[in-house]
Design a binder for this molecule. Structure first.
Ligand code: ZN
Length: 307
């Protein structure tokens, strides 16, 4: 896939990797590496989750690196720098192997969560640390993992659940150090108007597009409530860029109990409104499992052919 804007094809992204691992029996919610725990300890289970998403016929699967960094692998699993880098590098291989085994036409996006994700306390949902960090500090912190993932040659980098304009700007500046790498950037928002940290979403998205005219192929939101997607994306309408949205199932993370509040529900009923809003990259985040992705595939296929 060349990820051009010349066709109207909707690209289906997978669902929530961490929550699906949890559903399949791996305790990830209280683990400092989240889904990355499977990268270290449960590679077969990780491959099974990737496989179930591939068999649900998504076009892109994400690696288990959202909450994983070289430092936290060294700290929590007592690995050397070299071993930690190898684990991160292998995340792309594990995903790619599943796709090859399934002989599927599917692409690999390497997940990069925000600084707050590595704090393992839900900080990505408010970005409280943003004001105490500089752009250069963000770049320095994000560089080692991005360098390893770029070397592993995924099809894309997924900068995801980014809570603030400043961290987003740092990430797109950092991406310029890897000129052959393309990616998407999706913000986290807790309402219909602003990033989780409080900047108008329109300004935050515009800044990403301005700073990265070529490398960022899509801008949007993820792990937001499914009802907020259309109003958020509509505020980006002036931007000459593809849009991406992969909401959670309407759940909120409770850092006190380390669980999701609310039962959550299906995002499938919202999918047609996303296509109508001009969103090209559509998928699911937390509590969206392979069965739901399969349903979304059917909706996209039937609705796209009708349009
Ligand atoms: Zn999520």
């Amino acid at each position: 896939m060349n990820f051009t804007r010349n066709d109207n094809k909707i690209i289906l992204i997978d669902g929530g990797l961490g929550t699906t691992l949890h559903e399949y029996g791996l305790a990830v919610f209280d683990d400092p590496l989240w889904s990355g725990k499977a990268l270290v300890k449960e590679q077969e289970l990780l491959a099974k989750v990737h496989r179930d998403f591939v068999q649900a016929k998504c076009d892109v699967i994400l690696t288990a690196t959202y909450q994983v960094t070289v430092d936290n692998l060294m700290n929590y699993h007592h690995l050397s720098n070299e071993q930690a880098e190898e684990i991160i590098y292998n995340s792309v291989k594990i995903a790619r192997n599943v796709i090859d085994e399934e002989k599927a036409k599917c692409y690999v996006a390497a997940s990069i969560g925000p600084y707050g994700a590595a704090l393992s306390d839900g900080s990505e949902f408010n970005g409280w640390y943003t004001d105490s960090m500089t752009i250069e500090q963000f770049k320095d912190w994000h560089r080692p993992r991005l360098a390893v993932l770029a070397r592993a040659q995924p099809d894309l980098i997924a900068f995801e659940t980014i809570p603030s304009k400043k961290e987003a700007e740092a990430l797109v500046e950092l991406l310029k150090e890897f000129p052959n790498v393309k990616g998407w950037l999706s913000f986290n928002c807790q309402d219909t108007k602003t990033t989780a940290h409080g900047e108008p979403i329109e300004e935050a998205a515009a800044s990403v597009c301005l700073k990265s005219p070529d490398q960022i192929i899509a801008v949007g939101v993820n792990c937001v409530h499914p009802e907020t997607v259309v109003p958020l994306i509509k505020q980006m309408n002036k931007m000459d860029r593809d849009f991406i949205a992969y909401p959670n199932a309407g759940v909120t993370w409770d850092p006190e109990t380390m669980t999701f509040k609310n039962e959550g529900r299906l995002i499938a009923p919202f999918i047609r409104s996303y296509i109508d809003a001009g969103i090209k990259y559509i998928g699911g985040c937390c509590n969206v499992n392979p069965n739901q992705i399969r349903t979304i595939r059917d909706i996209i296929d039937s609705y796209s052919s009708y349009l």
